[in-house]
Design a protein around this ligand. Sequence first.
Ligand code: LMR
Length: 394
Amino acid sequence: MFETIAIAPPDAILGLTDAFQQDTNPEKINLSVGVYKDANGQTPVLRAVKEAEQKILETQTSKSYLGIDGLPGYCDQVAKMLFADQIDRKRLAILQTPGGTGAVRIAGEFVGSQFAGSKVWISNPTWANHPAIFHSAGVATEQYRYLNGDRTGLDFDALLEDLSSGPVPGDAVLLHACCHNPTGVDPTADQWRQIAELLKAQKLLPIVDFAYQGFGQGLQEDAEGLRILVETCPEILVCSSFSKNFGLYSERVGALTLVAQEPAAASAALSQLKRLVRTNYSNPPRHGATIVATILQDPQLTETWETELTEMRNRIAGMRTRFVQQMKTAGVNRDFQFLLQQNGMFSFSGLNPMQVDELRSKHSVYIVGSGRINVAGMTEHNLPRLATAIAAVL
Ligand code: LMR
């Protein structure tokens, strides 16, 4: 049977990591996958994580299964991280999931199984994996416009127009809480208010993807959009991740949080979500969630972690400025100043697929086919070579 199987295309993002690893050029540069690199081009284990792991090593007494919804102490910390004390915990159903991706998948299956026919509206563009996840979960997607003509800022009127005219009551709308992937373009607080009013008026369910908390303006600042939504919209699904802000990529530490109007509805929803998990991965892994809970339950470790997160955020912001300068120095006509208005790891470079191919084949510089660059992969060392390569393909 297996001889009839066709080869699938490589993944738009993780496929590039494979190609990068096989590249023998010692000066190769990887700006594809959304992973933070420090000034030395390394993805470090955070000091807070090392300390927490030491503590866990000394105190952990069992590796028995977690419950289907994960580690209770972890889920409580997720609630605090997302909402501070804005919402009664009883209105929340929270599941620890394998990464933010696991949360998006369970959210998709939940929408598909509970609200037959509901579509999910995604921004154009969005994370390359979003449509594929919803389709795998049996849920159809539609797009709403997001970017302006030169693809450097938000076309808010187009977004409002599409979300007012396209979706029908009961559809879901996927929003990126901050550091929009792949563009780095986020709505302002006032725009979030207008989005919230529109979703409420049209009876649309917000699904908020929150993978980069702390990489935009700060932990609390980055939650502002979500907190505005929750003031207005009675029900929300939040898919969050600690992969990036704790540097715990391979530990797969995420969460799906459902906000219900009433505690009884939250309990019923949790029971359904648990059924979906049980038939998928049964229950989530313990280690990463224990690390996060250990840090967030300890004020000293939390302080260490917040300092490290601030360092990461500041380094990325600094590289944005340095990249813009370096492109000028390389004599590139295009003005990259717009990068300074954007948040988080990603921005659209404006490079077309042919230029992206040439960057890879001639210069061993890896960026996603859409032209998305990961600013967090830039260092003082690779910047001059990067700028020369981009100047050459432009
Ligand atoms: C990215 O967009 O690069 C990250 O979210 C990693 C991934 O899984 O694609």
